[in-house]
Design a protein around this ligand. Structure first.
Ligand code: PLP
Length: 452
């Protein structure tokens, strides 16, 4: 490939990046990744970098799996494209829908295919509104979600999301979306115990339903564990109370499993780990381990019967059920299953990582360290006892730490002053030890910079 500087100049000249500060890009240039294998990235200067984020929380089976390339190539030669509109179907989409119905918990046994997590959540908004309309209750249209949740970047998904910065850019949210506060005990719990706080935050859902009017609320959507918001693992009291409230008011529950699906929490789905019974699950990312784009809304029989039992659901994407993506997804699920990758996360590598991760609270900069399966975060703080935040602009210390990680050939993400990991599920114990050594080094270096 071309020299790094040349690639960076071309990139800065012509490429508009998602979620990127253009000024920083111009000053420093993009990091250019050229190859990857297992949990290891190679950049354009030949550095070997440990990917503690599995790309964007998605490369669950690790990089460089030849089986996935082979099935994609075979499927392209056999049937590269056909749609699933207008009463047509094809074997890969059929097999994948049936497989997902088998893997999903409870009576989640129908699948609507999407192109990604964002457009999947748009599907879900339209589907739950369609559901209540078909049942003769069109006024039940409001969807409640959470501040600091992330559900994607389309107009619908970004409206569901509670990232205020996103809402400020371009007329969001769309009508009929309401938000409640998140269950982040470390940052917002004050004097309450985690258990009290979990209940209090769950009960905000009932308050919001009463405020809007129970006959107007269609659904509640949330990530089982908030990912992009900072890997916020809710107190144990939270989800049972949310489930009780959804049941009591008869509103649909949508679990956004785009990150938590396909093994990340040590079970096939985060809903299983956290004891949630959703009516719809949004999935994407780990469905194909990111090798090709695909998303799937996995829908309960109850909802599917209403959608199928009324006039045509006027919704769909050209690439819904794309045969190449479906073939790759099926092979990816086969690998996860036959190599017992999720069981290993639950029983071996997850507990190993958890033990090491939680020791990070011994570091002077680290307040809380939380982790479930292969998704974890640490809160950086100047004062642990008071759970204080850094006085400098929020996120500055996190950004410094992210830079120090990268300088030590480790990818960790920062969300404000929190550091996040979400490595490929195939990471080995040796690689976890290396990850921890590099993370600690980055924390030491960050501390030196903060103190200077
Ligand atoms: N939902 C959640 C929970 C996510 O984390 C993401 C992406 O990070 C999305 C939805 C959006 O998915 P996509 O980027 O595939 O559109």
């Amino acid at each position: 490939h071309r020299p790094t500087a040349e690639l960076q100049a071309l990139d800065a000249a012509h490429h508009l990046h998602p979620f990127t500060d253009g000024d920083a890009l111009n000053r420093k240039g993009a990091r250019i990744i050229t190859r990857a294998k297992g949990v290891w990235l190679t950049d354009s200067d030949g550095h070997q970098i440990l990917d503690g984020m599995a790309g964007l929380w998605c490369v669950n089976v690790g990089y460089g799996r030849e089986e996935l390339a082979r099935v994609a190539s075979e499927q392209m030669l056999q049937l590269p494209f056909y749609n699933t509109f207008f009463q047509t179907s094809h074997p890969p989409a059929i097999a994948l829908a049936a497989k997902l119905a088998q893997l999903a918990p409870g009576d989640l046994d129908h699948v609507f295919f999407n192109g990604s997590g964002s457009d999947g959540n748009d599907t879900n908004i339209r589907m739950v509104r369609r559901y209540w309309q078909a049942l003769g209750q069109p006024e039940r249209s409001v969807i409640i979600s959470r501040w600091n949740g992330y559900h994607g970047s389309t107009m619908g998904a970004a409206s569901l999301g509670g990232m205020k910065g996103m809402h400020e850019q371009g007329g969001l949210p769309i009508p009929g979306i309401a938000h409640i506060d998140q269950p982040d005990w470390w940052s917002e719990g004050g004097e309450m115990s985690p258990e009290e706080f979990g209940l209090a935050r769950a009960r905000l859902l009932a308050d919001k339903i009463e405020e809007i009017g129970p006959s107007k609320v269609a659904a509640f959507i949330a990530e089982p564990i908030q990912g992009a918001g900072g890997v916020i693992i809710p107190p144990e009291t939270y989800w049972p109370e949310i489930q009780r409230i959804c049941d009591a008011y008869g509103i649909l529950l949508i679990a956004d499993e785009v990150i938590t699906g396909f093994g990340r929490t040590g079970n096939w789905f985060g809903s299983q780990t956290l004891g949630i019974r959703p009516d719809i699950m949004t999935t994407a990312k780990g469905l194909t381990s990111g090798y090709v784009p695909m998303g799937a809304s996995i829908v309960s029989r109850k909802v599917a019967e209403v959608i199928n039992g009324s006039d045509e659901f006027a919704h769909g994407y050209t690439y819904s059920g794309h045969p190449v993506a479906a073939a790759v997804a099926l092979e990816n699920l086969r690998i996860l299953e036959e190599e017992h990758i999720i069981t290993r996360v639950r029983e071996v590598t997850g507990p190993y990582l958890k033990a090491a991760w939680e020791q990070l609270t011994e570091h002077p900069l680290v307040g809380e360290a939380r982790i479930t399966g292969m998704m974890g975060s640490i809160a950086l703080t100047p004062h642990k006892a008071s759970r204080a935040k850094f006085a400098a602009k929020a996120g500055t210390v996190g950004l410094i730490c992210r830079e120090r990680c990268f300088a030590n050939n480790l990818v960790m993400r920062h969300v404000g002053d929190r550091m996040i990991i979400s490595p490929p599920l195939v990471i080995t114990e040796e690689e976890i030890s290396l990850l921890m050594t590099r993370a600690r080094l980055a924390l030491d270096q960050t501390l030196d910079i903060v103190r200077a």
